[in-house]
Design a protein around this ligand. Sequence first.
Ligand SMILES: Nc1ncnc2c1ncn2[C@@H]1O[C@H](COP(=O)(O)OP(=O)(O)O)[C@@H](O)[C@H]1O
Ligand SMILES: [Mg+2]
Length: 269
Amino acid sequence: MRDDLVFFGLQREPFGKHFQVEDGWVEPSREQALSRLVSAVTSRQHAIVTGEPGVGKTVAVRTLSAHLADAHFRVVYVWNVSVGRRDFYRHLSIALGFEPKGTAAGVFEAIQRELRNGWVESRVHPVLVIDEAHCLPDTTLQHLHVLTNFDMDSNPMLSLVLVGLPELKDRLKLGVHRSLLTRIGTHVELARTTPDDTAAFVRNRLEYAGARADLFASDAMTTAHELTAGVPRVVGLLADACLRLAANKTERLISRSTVRQAWHSLPMS
Ligand SMILES: Nc1ncnc2c1ncn2[C@@H]1O[C@H](COP(=O)(O)OP(=O)(O)O)[C@@H](O)[C@H]1O
Ligand SMILES: [Mg+2]
């Protein structure tokens, strides 16, 4: 256990990323984003999720899978996508649970068969979540269009959820990708947090870790928001650095000057 966590009476790491989604932080705009995503997927539509790095996109799609009943949805999560079409289909078939063998065309056929069989046999709707989708090469993106064209009973055979940086949407507006974009009915944009939400986020994570009182002075929190521009990942890194520094100084209520000092120890300062 880290000394600083012991100093503050915390039982676990407040800002780690290995928490259960039900222990995650929820505020109204995130809740709304999530419910739009759930309703897109449950009505068998496609969606795109965009936001700056660290705003909480991956956490949001993890939460999405937790909301979909296993009996009706099969969520396939693919994130290593800076690869060409061939490797992309290899990743996808592994995620679907079978070994990719043979030519690229053969693998693609096997994927289609797998999706169709899954649907016909158990009516389980596959949800293909592609994280970091802004890294998809053009050729792979074009092939996604083929996958989304693949209908049955005029309903899409799978829901595609593309997750990426804001430039993902700009890319989809260009050239051949426009036709893929017209098939996507929902765009969820995750914003940076407001000053109040930054404070609420930190309080939520500290309570999750076992804190019973505020550990940050309120002006310290304002400064933390300004420095991090409301990006939860950066807020977490800064707050973590503050815990260590304050524990070192035996400062019980983290002050604004500690926040500034901790900020300078971070690579993004
Ligand atoms: N809803 C949330 N609850 C708790 N922590 C969160 C939440 N959203 C984001 N975080 C924190 O911010 C970090 C970055 O979130 P992540 O979803 O990985 O961002 P992105 O995918 O947009 O780059 C997470 O590892 C987690 O520490
Ligand atoms: Mg992510």
